[in-house]
Design a protein around this ligand. Structure first.
Ligand code: AMP
Length: 189
């Protein structure tokens, strides 16, 4: 199964990606997780990304497109993958289209998790208070506001992009974790 999980920060993309991974064997590919690992490891990419991420802005397209292009070629992705946090804008979506076409691959679905902004602020505050080893550098009110602004301006247009291509499925992301995963199963099953 080759899926994209689309939704604002705090919508539950990571949680649902892990559930789908367990059920279907598709691999979760989170650009946010990969970038955080690069920052922690102090790589060139990490050094480039750290300050941008802390501000809640987007890392340059060529960086994340390069990360995904390398990762998708790994053998474990042959079973399928769940893109979590990528693409984040139309340029990345077009790059992904080209990448998949070159490999003769096709997306099964793009799952949009719909959540109201007010609920997201509460969820992120909860995540910040519960994260082992301290909150993420971008889990604070100022960075979250920026991430939401970036989501609405740059990522939300992808809803129309994928709807036009007939692959969009929308799920209510405000329900509980089990209800959301049940709705996802119904949508992709
Ligand atoms: P996430 O864990 O998906 O919320 O991503 C955390 C941060 O990593 C984002 O706010 C961006 O700074 C960066 N990031 C993650 N994925 C992307 C992407 N596809 N394009 C650009 N920046 C990204």
């Amino acid at each position: 199964m080759k899926l994209i999980l689309l939704g604002p920060p705090g919508a539950g993309k990571g949680t649902q990606a892990k559930i789908i991974e367990d059920r279907h064997g598709s691999v979760q590919l989170s650009t946010g997780d990969m970038l955080r690992a690069a920052v922690a490891a102090g790589t060139q990419v990490g050094k480039q990304a750290e300050a941008v991420m802390a501000r809640g802005e987007l890392v340059p397209d060529e960086v994340v497109v390069g990360i995904i292009a390398d990762r998708i070629d790994q053998p474990d992705c042959a079973k399928g993958f769940i893109l979590d946090g990528f693409p984040r804008n139309v340029a990345q979506a077009e790059a992904l289209d080209r990448m998949l076409a070159d490999k003769g691959l096709k997306l099964d679905a793009v799952l949009e998790l719909g959540v109201d902004d007010e609920i997201l602020v509460g969820r992120i505050e909860k995540r910040a208070s519960e994260t082992e080893g301290g909150p993420r550098a971008d889990d604070n009110v100022e960075a979250l506001r920026k991430r939401l602004e970036v989501y609405h301006a740059q990522t939300a247009p992808l809803i129309g992009y994928y709807r036009d291509r007939g692959v969009l499925k929308t799920v209510d992301g405000m329900a509980g974790i089990d209800a959301v995963s049940g709705a996802i199963e119904a949508a992709i099953g």
